[in-house]
Design a protein around this ligand. Sequence first.
Ligand code: SF4
Ligand code: SF4
Length: 271
Amino acid sequence: MKKDRRGFLKLAGCAAAAGIGSSTAFHSLLRGEAKAAGLQRAGKDKEKADTRLGMAIDVNKFLENRGLAERCIRICHDIHNVPDFGNPKDEIKWLWNDKFENVFVKDTHYRQSERLLGMPVLTLCNHCDNPPCVRACPTKATFKKIDGVVGMDYHRCIGCRFCMAACPYGARSFNYRDPRGKDRNGRTFIRELNQEYPARTMGVVEKCNFCTERLAVGQLPACVEEARPYEAMFFGNLNDPNSEISRVLRDKFTILRRPSLGTYPSVFYII
Ligand code: SF4
Ligand code: SF4
């Protein structure tokens, strides 16, 4: 199907006719596709790109260094013009803390260690190797790049939010309001506009971009740069056995978010 606005309307019509308007039905449809694509992955590995960028987050290091997570979040949101609308209903988030039991739903059980329950875990887009959000987008506004980063073209986004329904990690946010606006007290939603990075408009979906603009000039993602001195975050090429992140993944016990979905997240957690 041609993935333009007309194609989107057709897709939306078909979805309604097929009764997949509810997010649960839509989700399971996409989950099925994700599993099917995952099964084909072994064959595709032969032709995979040289680079697949990934991240490792050491949850304990964030516990030991109080305030570090908040600093990472602040830096990320500041440089990317992420608005603060001042209420949880409209919240836009690229990087955020959530409770262990919410982040690792399937790894939590009724006799869970008290240390883990309620423990804050830094969360972001997983830049999945098999991303259901990309398949769900009718306009190709979201796409996977050759280095594995799942990007967004804000100009192509028509605000249908199919990608949000498809993402099993809640990693995408929708601008119900104009990020460049002000509240009734005259406070701007963007704390201080960074002229080097585009601000979004109302009706557009956004998420973490793995700091593509920094990678392009040889820098680490901003959150990793902040956390690296504490050995709390690592970043690099998962396909290079000699990269730092590959060494970390070989040495440490790591878990992924909802691996059974076949999305192949690129963000690993050292627990
Ligand atoms: S975490 Fe969600 S938004 Fe990010 S690539 Fe995976 S499915 Fe897409
Ligand atoms: S990689 Fe960049 S965009 Fe993503 S959470 Fe970290 S600082 Fe934010």
